[in-house]
Design a protein around this ligand. Structure first.
Ligand code: BG6
Length: 469
């Protein structure tokens, strides 16, 4: 649809930005923090580790002041489970609890809405040693942790996000590092883990509602619309297969409280259906979210599976993420889109399409909790970081959101990745996303000084005028 005039952004639109605990905080062994899987997994040795990251743990005040100057209305960060809980459910770590009180209070003092992710890839390692998400008992540990979050911060937080990108965890488990023994879970194990994570999420949502806490709670999935490579009907089926298995199967369970029909068929056919107890569907049904959050970076283009052993291939420029599945889909090229220096498809119209499909399906408010442009930014002779490509990327995506709003989609906020440079999930510190540069490289810690990029001043203006020029 083309409109004569686009609607303006609503007055209370949450202009923000995001980070996660393990990618920003550092201080990985400080003040009683226990190791998480991220600390213990094997990572690419050529890129930065997460030990210091952006040192947000020690710089949070300075950083939040910069966010205020940027004009952020909302700041999304995750809480590290390993800072809050000890090894036993009754052991809590007061120093960790206090740290997040300080972060939240600092945001509130500066007029910034704190948006909290409960879990962003960083499972406590002692739970991993007991089977991790494969062990049903991990659900109880998660609920204990969530209980502490609600008790401590429940009266301060208006937006809770349960699990970050459950679909990335399950479909691309190597993206956050490799277990020490070097082998990843089998597909059957992954879908059993998926079931437990779904239950943990539903329990957290139900608990939030039972406690009558203020605010809202929802899942945060990496969602993208899929294009079929050609008008060939088999390509259309393959695109629908993968759109369902990659996105809707996770969200249908979270929002509708039941497994998607095609997903069930797939699990049964491949003999990877998880063990499900009779009461589990009641648990899922009792945990309906108030909104849906999505992380959107790119679209994918899909062609029919050849089912001859050649469907699986690495994502462009990234050997750790495999795409394609025998009998399901193959990844195809899209000649109509640009790419980032890291080979990620740039497709703002795909965001509009994704938002429309998501709103069609659930009619729930949508919060965009990630979107951004990863690039190796550099400081020029004048000390400036001219990240023009990032500005273009963000501007086009903001236009797409405005078009979706005009279509009638209820988008409540936009929180690009990332507020400040952080360590990429597996591509180190060279791949930067922030509005604020952090002076370090993969190998050298340097000064960790914060420097405003050109995109900082640009986004500041966008927020101040509640939209683009
Ligand atoms: C999302 C994650 O998948 O994408 C973030 O939630 C991540 O943790 C972001 O950093 C960008 O991915 P990457 O691999 O470029 O860091």
């Amino acid at each position: 649809m083309q409109y004569k005039q686009l609607e303006v952004f609503p007055n209370h639109f949450l202009w923000g930005a995001s980070i996660s605990a393990y990618q920003a905080e550092g201080a990985y062994q400080e003040d009683g923090k226990l190791p998480s899987i991220i600390d213990e997994y094997q990572h690419n040795e050529d890129v930065a580790g997460f030990e210091v990251a952006s040192d947000f743990y020690h710089h949070y005040k300075e950083d939040i002041l910069l966010f205020k100057e940027l004009g952020l209305k909302a700041f999304r960060f995750s809480i590290a489970w390993t800072r809050i809980m000890g090894k036993n459910p009754e052991d809590k770590n007061q120093k960790g609890i206090d740290f997040y009180h300080r972060v939240i209070d600092e945001c509130l003092k500066n007029g910034i809405e704190p948006i909290v992710t409960m879990y962003h890839f960083d499972l406590p390692y002692h739970l991993e040693e007991q089977g991790g998400w494969l062990n049903r008992k991990t659900i109880e540990h998660f609920v204990d942790y969530v209980n502490v979050l609600f008790t401590e911060y429940g009266d301060k937080i208006n937006y809770w996000l349960t699990i970050n990108e459950q679909n990335t965890m399950i479909l691309h488990p190597g993206a956050i590092g490799l277990p020490k023994q070097g082998s990843l879970p089998t597909k059957k194990e992954l879908f059993q883990m998926n079931h437990h994570v779904l239950l943990a999420q539903a329990r957290a949502i139900a608990l939030h509602h039972q406690l009558g806490l203020k605010g809202k709670i929802g899942p945060a999935i990496n969602l993208t619309a899929m294009y079929q490579a050609t008008a060939k009907p088999e390509d259309a089926i393959a695109a629908h297969n993968w759109e369902t298995l990659r996105g809707w199967s996770f969200l249908d369970a979270a929002v509708r409280g039941k497994y998607n029909y095609l997903f069930e068929k797939y699990l049964n056919d491949r003999k990877i259906y998880p063990k499900i107890k009779a009461e589990d569907f009641d648990i899922l049904a009792a945990g309906k979210p108030d909104f849906v959050a999505i992380n959107y970076y790119s679209t994918a283009t899909i062609s029919a599976s050849k089912n001859d052993g050649s469907d699986v291939s690495p994502r462009a420029g990234d050997q750790q993420i495999m795409l394609g599945e025998e009998g399901v889909y193959r990844a195809a090229e899209n000649p109509y889109v640009d790419k980032t220096p890291y080979g990620w498809v740039v497709d703002p119209t795909g965001l509009r399409l994704t938002l429309r499909k998501l709103y069609d399906r659930y009619e729930l408010p949508i919060l965009i909790t990630e979107n951004g442009y990863g690039a190796p930014d550099t400081i020029d002779e004048e000390g400036k970081i001219q990240d023009t490509d990032r500005i273009h990327y963000l501007a086009k995506h903001i236009t797409a959101i405005q078009e979706a709003l005009t279509d009638g989609v209820d988008v409540i906020g936009y929180l690009p990745w990332s507020a400040i440079d952080v360590v990429s999930t597996h591509q180190g510190f060279n791949k930067r996303y922030g509005f604020i540069y952090v002076d370090r490289t993969d190998k050298e810690l340097k000064t960790l000084k914060r420097i405003r990029k050109d995109s900082f001043y640009w986004y500041q203006k966008v927020i101040a005028q509640n939209g683009l020029d």
